[in-house]
Design a protein around this ligand. Sequence first.
Ligand code: PLT
Length: 385
Amino acid sequence: GYYGKFGGAYIPEMLHRNVEELQSKYLEIMYEKGFRDEFNALLKDYVGRPTPLFLAERLSKQFNTNIYLKREDLNHTGAHKINNAIGQVLLAQRLGKKRIIAETGAGQHGVATATVCALKGIECIVYMGVKDIERQAPNVARMKMLGAKVMPATSGSQTLKDATNEAIRDWINNPTDTHYVIGSVVGPHPYPDMVARFQSVISEEVRWQLKEKTGSELPTHVVACVGGGSNAAGAFYHFLDEPQVQLVAVEAAGLGVNSGHSAATTQLGTAGVLHGSKSIVMQTEDGQVVEPHSISAGLDYPGIGPLHAHLFDSGRGKFLSATDDESVQAAFNLCKLEGIIPALESAHALAGLNQLQLKEKDVVVLCLSGRGDKDLATYMKRMDA
Ligand SMILES: Cc1ncc(COP(=O)(O)O)c(/C=N/[C@@H](Cc2c[nH]c3ccccc23)C(=O)O)c1O
C-alpha cells in the first residue's frame, strides 16, 4: 500500500478490523468475474460509459494545439465520482454491509453515493461541512431527493476535511454493519489503490479512443485537476508507465499560493499523516492542519492522495496550480468556445493549460471531471464583475 515513501494505513486501533478486512478482501472481490460483469454493466447501462473523448476545436485553435476533452461531466450524476461510488457500494454489498457512509464537499461524491445506494436500496448517510451545504445547495437537495441523510459537519472549518473527520468518527462507532465510501484516492490503504482502480476506466477508454482518432494510443499530455486526486489518478493510470506522456496535475491556488488562502498542497505542504495515510499535508510546524481555501469545494482540501505525493516527489508529474479567478475565467472561456459549462474543479485543469508550452503537434487530453450546474450561483456572482 505504498507509493514511494507515501501511503500506508495510519489508523486508530478501533478501525484496524474494518481496514484489515478491506485490505485482505478488496482485490479478490474486485477481480471476481461476477463483480466485474456487474460493475461494467452498470458503467455502461446506468452511468452511460464510455464517456466521449471530444476534440475541442475552437479551444485547440486558441492554444494552437490539439485538445481532447474526456467528458466525465456526461456521466450520470454529472461527474467522475460515480465510477468509484458504484465500485465501492458493490464491494460493500459483497462484504455484507447494511449501511453506507460518505463525506462530501462539492456534493458530487455525496450525490454519486446516494444515487448508487438508492439503486441498490441501501441506507446512505453523507457528512458535509455546513459551509459546503450552503455553497453547493443544489447537490444537497439532490442527495435528499435520492433518500440520503445529509449530516452537517460543524467541527473545524466546516468543509471537506471536517466532513471526512466526522465520517471517520461514525465508522469507528459503527464498524461491523457500515462501509465508509471514501470519495477520493486518500485514506488508509487500500482506499487510494481501490479508488484509483475504479477510476482507471477513464484512461482505459482514452487509450482506445485516441487510437481511433489519431492512430496512436498515447497523448503528449494528460491534464487533470487535483483535490484528493481521483479523477487525475483515473486519467493518469494507464499512462503511468509511458514516460513520454507528460502527466499534469492542477491544484487550487485559491487567492494565490502565498496569500494564506490556498489549497495548493504540493506547493505549501510537508510530509505528514492525514485521514489515515502518509502524504503531503498543509500543516503548521507542530502538525496542526492549516485551513485551506478554494472557490471550488471539491478542491478545498489540505491534503493530497499518496499517489500524487509520490508523482510530485519523484518528478513524474508536473504540478501546477490555478487561482479562483484564473479558474472562473477558464470556465467562461470554455462556455463561449465550446458550449460546455464545466464544474469549478474542472475549470482549474482548463486554467492550467495557460501554464504549459504546447506545440502545434501536441495531443492534450484534459479530464473534464464534472459539469457546472452545481456552481451556477458562484459563476453568476462573477459574471457581471
Ligand atoms: C466535479 C469534480 N471534479 C474534481 C473533484 C476533485 O476530486 P478528485 O481530486 O478526487 O478528482 C471533485 C471533488 N468532489 C468531491 C471532493 C471529495 C470528496 N471526498 C474527498 C476526499 C479528499 C479530497 C476531495 C474529496 C466532493 O466533495 O464531492 C469534483 O466534484
